[in-house]
Write a protein that binds this ligand. Structure first.
Ligand code: SF4
Ligand code: SF4
Length: 421
């Protein structure tokens, strides 16, 4: 039964673009080495091309003469329930949707988005890892996967405002900019909220938070479920329209940025006239315009500092220069790049919902081994990033592997080094 639902979704999703990409694959295998899960384990089932195998088979069996002949001759078999459940594990636990694989594919196949289509099939059939689904349901029911209800949000914001003595404007109609935090920041990294508020206040931004649009994380997107992705996006857009803002700033969350900035336009009517940007882009603009100034060299003398590029913010979002401008200002002597970096950087291994799935822990830790090697080669004492999901993975792995590395958010470093005038 589940198999039929999955295959029907695959077939429904197989428009001309998906079909042409599936046809274009030459099975060269070059994408394998690009995937951190494959690199870390050598398991051929973690090769990106294998993660779209069921989609390819469903397409061939339903739409191609060769596929139908293979079935008739017994060369290929119908997809079974066992295969479906095995592949569900692979695409949710061993894929962070980082899309690095697409960068090396000589045929230009967008493998990450195809894996997203595979997740869509599993979501329709209800074959999603229990931990991930629990977080999705929590976001449906409470508005947040980490339990940030209206009351929790209000009390956390009041506490941040008191603790860091920072002004946090709430539900200000007519503000220019709506800032939407992720519940990871609200619950695990509240210092990020204070830091971002300090930057915006110093820059003189007319900004606001919203009690309605209070969660930017989108677990429907991780799940691969279009309806729930839309539901969570709509909450943010409705809050923005209600307050009449011109801009939405996504804070330190990569997948949320992808969902709001790009995926939304393919799923729904996005309200016109609202710019969507990332806090890293805004910091870059403020620096360029002289709206904020940083204490040059403030971070030099504390050992090597390096930057981890997030897949959705740097590779996809293109915010590659801004963090480097900041770090070259703050640590002109001690900032050193890991290799590979920028759009070719290796994923942290915790994105795409992977960190929310307990069963994925062994492979998540294995993938992080690549980051450990990178950090060791450059002698990093501090690693900086602009995504709280990456930060959660780094903090957890630094503890798990007992590493002597400090993990920091970029906004935090900027806020701590502002020149006060
Ligand atoms: S690199 Fe592209 S063409 Fe080669 S196996 Fe992977 S998806 Fe297919
Ligand atoms: S999207 Fe990233 S994690 Fe997923 S298969 Fe491609 S390289 Fe691997």
């Amino acid at each position: 039964m589940e198999t039929n639902v999955v295959i029907n979704t695959f077939v429904k999703e197989t428009g001309g673009s998906v079909a042409s990409q599936l046809e274009a694959c030459t099975r060269c295998g070059m994408c394998a080495e690009a995937c951190h899960f494959y690199q870390a384990t050598g398991n051929p089932e973690y090769a990106p091309v294998w993660k779209i195998e069921l989609l390819k088979r469903a397409y061939e069996q339903r739409f191609t003469l060769i596929g139908k002949m293979k079935l008739a001759l017994g060369i290929d078999k119908r997809i079974t329930d066992e295969e479906i459940s095995h592949f569900s594990q692979i695409v949710y636990e061993a894929c962070t949707m980082c899309n690095k694989c697409s960068m090396v594919c000589p045929m230009g196949i967008q493998i990450g988005p195809l894996i997203h289509e595979v997740r869509a099939g599993f979501s329709d059939a209800g074959i999603v890892p229990a931990d991930l689904m629990a977080a999705v349901n929590k976001q449906v029911e409470e508005g947040s996967p980490l339990g940030v209800t209206d009351d929790v949000y209000e009390s956390r914001m009041e506490w941040v405002a008191d603790e860091w003595e920072v002004d946090l404007p709430m539900d200000v109609k007519g503000a220019d900019t709506l800032v939407v935090f992720s519940s990871i920041e609200v619950m695990k990294f509240p210092e990020n909220i204070a830091a971002i508020a300090k930057i915006l206040n110093t820059a003189g931004e007319k900004w606001t938070l919203s009690t309605h649009a209070r969660e930017v994380v989108n677990f429907g997107f991780y799940e691969g479920n279009a309806e729930r992705t839309k539901m969570f996006l709509k909450r943010v857009f409705d809050g923005a329209v209600e307050l009449g803002v011109k801009k939405i700033v996504v804070t330190e969350c990569g997948h949320a940025y992808d969902a709001l900035r790009w995926t939304s336009y393919n799923l729904m009517d996005v309200p016109a006239g609202i710019e969507i940007t990332h806090i890293v882009g805004l910091i870059g603009e403020y620096l360029k315009a002289g709206r904020i100034k940083l204490k040059e060299g403030a971070l030099d003398g504390n050992g090597t500092i390096t930057f981890h590029d997030a897949c959705k913010i740097q590779r996809k979002g293109g915010h590659i220069k801004e963090p480097r401008t900041v770090l070259n200002l703050l640590a002109p002597h001690d900032f050193k790049e890991m290799s590979p970096n920028r759009e070719e950087a290796i994923c942290c291994g915790g994105g795409g919902g992977v960190i929310a799935i307990k069963e994925a822990d062994p492979i998540r830790y294995a993938a992080f081994g690549l980051k450990i090697d990178q950090m060791k080669k450059v002698g990093a004492k501090t690693v900086v990033m602009s995504c709280s999901n990456c930060r959660l993975q780094f903090v957890d792995c630094v503890q798990h592997f007992n590493l002597d590395v400090k993990v920091a958010g970029l906004s935090q470093l900027v806020a701590d080094s502002l020149v006060e005038e």
